[in-house]
Design a protein around this ligand. Sequence first.
Ligand SMILES: Nc1ncnc2c1ncn2[C@@H]1O[C@H](COP(=O)(O)OP(=O)(O)OP(=O)(O)O)[C@@H](O)[C@H]1O
Length: 313
Amino acid sequence: MKYLQKEKSIEVKNLVKQFDRKVVLNGISFEVNKGEIYGFLGPNGAGKTTLVKILNGLIKPDEGYVEVFGISPVKYPDKVHAKIGTLTETANMYKYLTGLENLMFFSKIFGMNDMQAKERSLEVLKMVDMYDEKDKKIEFYSTGMEKRLSLARTFLHSPKIVILDEPTTGLDPESAKNINVAIKRYAEENEATVFLCTHQLRYAQDICTKYAFINNGNIICIGELGDIIKKYKFDKFIYIEAEINHNLEEFNLTKLNGNEYRVIMKDKEQVSKIVERIVLSGGKVYSVRILEPSLEDVYFKLIKRGGAYEQFS
Ligand SMILES: Nc1ncnc2c1ncn2[C@@H]1O[C@H](COP(=O)(O)OP(=O)(O)OP(=O)(O)O)[C@@H](O)[C@H]1O
């Protein structure tokens, strides 16, 4: 059978970056394939923004190499900029211009004429669900609206790679969800690759297809969530929604919200034993679910554990 090689969007090899002798990226290597929504996850100060700057050719690595669609951003930043759209934490927009005027301004920087700029700006406004707000000045936008407009700006030149640095930071859950929907839709409709840097794991889990965990400049794990869970034999959880009348300490249930409880699953018999005890002691069981650990569970265990880098593909 013919070996089909996946098309690489980003390739990073043995990348090292230091600031004032502090190693911020410690020889990291990974590849992002076309069409992936790749979550690059790590705590504050892990080195995510530094990597985004290198991918954009804004700073140079000390060692190693990086390619975006086979082009070095170190040597040819302009060529790379033409193919990627980057949303940084601090996207600068003109407060006294409307959303539409801002987007038209940036469209013209990409070489569009008035008509093309207007047409494309209206298109991307619809993509992020901001069409109705297009004539409002940015100074009157909420944080969530401003972020969606910044995302629209990232989409203006139809980039095949979108690099997003903390796109949901500071947003309420609904605004964060809107951002996620727009990112996913853009990726699907444009067959684009997304490189998402964040420490907001719940939002990452909603859209990412693959992950790299970075801590203190080292990648500690790369893979799809299911493969990482299998590899490390992470426990499953039993979630029980119930009214519990008696102390069931022996089962080590952790109370979550309302009537929901969670416990690490040891074996299948455990489920009926817990349900039986709750009912026999006068309580009520409304639902029982068995779930894989979340991205958050996996991430915190691996980050805490530290250790060597492992890749599953
Ligand atoms: N220009 C610079 N000069 C000196 N140190 C820097 C510089 N830029 C970044 N650093 C340091 O490099 C480390 C990594 O920073 P970076 O911004 O890449 O982390 P991050 O993972 O993006 O974190 P956050 O989520 O907080 O933005 C930090 O300790 C930071 O202080």
